[in-house]
Design a protein around this ligand. Structure first.
Ligand SMILES: NC(=O)c1ccc[n+]([C@@H]2O[C@H](COP(=O)([O-])OP(=O)(O)OC[C@H]3O[C@@H](n4cnc5c(N)ncnc54)[C@H](OP(=O)(O)O)[C@@H]3O)[C@@H](O)[C@H]2O)c1
Length: 287
């Protein structure tokens, strides 16, 4: 049996949809914080269990009978993500899981300027010390994030960033589908695996794509980081979010998101979606 956490979220919910296309429902269970939001899985015969990393007492039953457990990376702002992940990993080990999979991030590194990348690196260390086979699905940066990271370029003709660098922007839908392929691959993937689109354009290159698609000249402007934060706050963003976003750009500038890997395309048996697809509206620009 495969137990999937975070199935009421976008990524792992889509992974369960793909699993249901590949496996009988009795071989899948979801462990979610709010079971009332998992009706669509129950309706198709998937067992719905309650499981909250912040409530360890729920996890023994949530992971019961699992051959594999797919853990979503926790997302609540302000939470100690690594502590939550450690709790979940220990519970999966105690439940006798044969493999633990985790939704990590391309660019997971202890020295990244992007906070979640440091949490992912620390979580992978916990997995490596768990004594159980593990797979870290290092997903590329969600391509739909470009919807807010590039700002209102259609109106202003400008994409303004505090630093520029290559990012292997990847469709969340593609990462979800690939996770289902990995889960049904009989343990062929061990340790960190990188799931990215095939190219890693800079914001300057994204401005070129935007120019091409819109038929108007879109400029990419790189401004001083503190000037950029001041501008973002003046435009109504919280300073916390502005500095969080600055971390993304600095990590990109330093090359943390530059790597690409053909594995995603191999698993999908087609080309992953591209930045051009996203900017053209072929990928929903959800937050
Ligand atoms: N690769 C990227 O670019 C990128 C970008 C943003 C985020 N992420 C990471 O990828 C993860 C999945 O992305 P997503 O788009 O599916 O996010 P999402 O739609 O917000 O889903 C996150 C899921 O995690 C669950 N969750 C959060 N804290 C939990 C806890 N303590 N115990 C159990 N479940 C918990 C949430 O449960 P509820 O449904 O009950 O809220 C939700 O189902 C995110 O959580 C985040 O860590 C990656």
């Amino acid at each position: 049996m495969i137990v999937v956490t975070g199935a009421t979220g976008a990524l792992n919910g889509a992974t369960v949809d793909h699993l249901m296309d590949r496996l009988p429902a009795r071989d899948i269970a979801v462990a979610v914080r709010d079971v009332s939001r998992a009706d669509r899985f129950a309706a198709r015969g998937v067992e719905v269990r309650r499981g909250d990393y912040a409530d360890p007492a729920t996890l023994a039953d949530a992971f019961r009978g699992a051959d594999q457990v797919l853990l979503v990376s926790a997302s609540d702002p302000g939470a100690d993500a690594v502590a939550l992940h450690r709790t979940a990993i220990e519970a999966a080990v105690d439940a006798g899981a044969g493999r633990i999979l985790y939704t990590s991030h391309q660019g997971a590194a202890a020295d990244s300027p992007f906070g979640p990348a440091r949490d992912h690196a620390a979580t992978e260390q916990v997995l490596a010390g768990s004594g159980v086979a593990w797979t870290a699905l290092r997903n590329g940066f969600y391509a739909h994030s470009l919807g807010w990271l590039t700002g209102p370029w259609r109106e202003t003709g400008r994409i303004v960033v505090p630093a520029d660098g290559p990012v292997s922007w990847t469709a969340r839908e593609d990462a979800a589908e690939a996770a289902a392929a990995v889960l049904t691959s009989d343990g062929a993937f061990d340790g960190p695996v990188t799931l990215t689109a095939g190219t890693a354009p800079t914001f300057a290159e994204i401005a070129e794509i935007a120019s091409d698609l819109s038929g108007q000249r879109i400029e990419c402007e790189v401004v001083e980081p503190e000037e950029w934060v001041t501008g973002a706050v003046a435009a109504g963003q919280s300073e916390f979010l502005a500095r969080f976003t600055l971390g993304i750009h600095l990590a990109a500038r330093d090359g943390f998101f530059a790597g690409v890997d053909p594995l995603l395309g191999d698993l999908l048996r087609r080309e992953p979606r591209t930045v051009r697809d996203v900017l053209a509206g072929a990928v929903p620009a959800t937050p």
